[in-house]
Design a protein around this ligand. Structure first.
Ligand code: SAM
Length: 267
C-alpha cells in the first residue's frame, strides 16, 4: 500500500503542532515516564520539520530515541546528508512504510501530510498498520495541514489492548487569531479519512463544524478576534459533547473533540 508521494515540507510548518503536542506530553496527557522511541513518518523532501520535532523532544526527554522514516530512499539519504552538514548525529533516518513504524515499542508516531494522496479506505488501513508499531499506550498523531501549518486537523489514536482507539481529533486554526477565519473552512483540513467522500465519518464532522459555525456567527458582536474565537469554542463545548479546551489551547487555536460523544441535538 505504501507509495512515494509528494515530499513538500517547509521549515516551521509543524512548529505550532509541536508546541501543542509537547505541552500535552509535558503534562503527562499521553504517558508519564520519559524515554522511548519517537518516529516521524513521512518527513518529506527535507528533514527540517522532523529535526525540529526531535530537538524539542530531546529538550524535554534527553533519553528519547528519535527516528525519521520515509518510504522514499532518496529522501532518507538526503536526511542523512542534511544532518551531516549540520553536524547532528543523534537521530536515525530509515526507509520504511506504515508497517515499519516500530516493533511494539514506539511511544509516539507523527505522520503529518502523509495520507493526503491515499484513499479513505487506505487511510484507515494505514492507521491500523501504524498503530501496530506502537507500544501499549503509545500514540499516533496523523493528519493534514496547510502549507504554513496554520490550519490543521489530526487524529490522536492510542494503542490500547493491542488495538487502535481514537482518543480524539483536534483542529488547529491559528489563522483564526489574525482574521479571515470561519469554523466551516476547517472541513478542508480534516484528516484524510474524514474528508469528502468519507461518508458518515465526514458527515459527522460537517455537523460538528456547522454547530461551531452557528456558535461563531452568534458571537459576531464580539470585535476582538481572539475573544470571538474563544467565545465560539465555549458555546461549541456547551452544545457538543466531547469538546475539550482550556486557556492555552484556545490561545493556540486548538479545539479537541472526541466524536464518540456525539453532537447533542444534531446526531
Ligand atoms: C508532503 S510530505 C510530508 C512532509 C512533512 N511530514 C510535512 O508535514 O511537512 C509526505 C511524505 O510522506 C512520504 N510517504 C508517503 N507514503 C508513505 C508511507 N507509506 N510510508 C512512509 N512515508 C510515506 C512521502 O514519500 C513524502 O516524503
Amino acid at each position: 500500500m505504501d507509495k512515494i508521494t509528494r515530499g513538500k515540507t517547509r521549515a516551521g510548518r509543524l512548529d505550532a503542532l509541536d508546541r501543542v503536542v509537547l505541552r500535552w506530553l509535558d503534562e503527562g496527557a499521553f504517558f508519564e515516564e520519559p524515554g522511548g522511541k519517537y518516529v516521524d513518518l513521512g518527513f518529506g523532501a527535507s528533514a527540517v520539520t522532523a529535526l525540529a520535532m526531535f530537538e524539542r523532544i530531546r529538550q524535554m526527554d534527553a533519553q528519547a530515541n528519535c527516528t525519521g522514516m520515509d518510504v522514499d530512499a532518496m529522501r532518507v539519504e538526503e536526511a542523512w546528508r542534511e544532518c551531516e552538514a549540520l553536524k547532528v548525529s543523534e537521530y536515525s533516518w530509515l526507509q520504511g512504510g506504515f508497517a515499519e513504524v516500530g516493533d511494539d515499542d514506539v511511544r509516539l508516531c507523527r505522520a503529518m501530510n502523509v495520507l493526503r494522496q491515499y484513499g479513505v479506505e487506505e487511510a484507515v488501513r494505514a492507521h491500523a498498520q501504524m498503530v501496530r508499531g506502537l507500544c501499549e499506550g503509545g500514540v499516533l498523531i496523523e493528519g493534514s495541514c496547510d502549507r504554513k501549518g496554520e490550519r490543521l486537523g489530526a487524529h490522536v489514536i492510542e494503542r490500547r489492548g493491542g488495538e487502535g482507539f481514537r482518543r480524539g481529533v483536534f483542529l488547529m486554526c491559528r489563522q483564526g487569531l489574525d482574521g479571515g477565519f470561519a469554523p466551516r473552512m476547517m472541513r478542508d483540513w480534516l484528516p484524510q479519512d474524514l474528508r469528502r467522500g468519507a461518508g458518515r465519518g465526514h458527515q459527522v464532522f460537517v455537523e460538528f463544524l456547522d454547530v461551531w459555525m452557528a456558535s461563531f456567527l452568534e458571537c459576531g458582536g464580539v470585535r476582538d478576534r481572539d475573544e470571538r474565537f474563544a467565545r465560539s469554542v465555549e458555546l461549541l463545548a456547551e452544545r457538543c459533547e466531547g469538546v475539550e479546551y482550556c486557556e492555552w489551547m484556545v490561545q493556540e487555536g486548538v479545539v479537541w473533540w472526541s466524536p464518540e460523544g456525539g453532537v447533542s441535538g444534531v446526531m
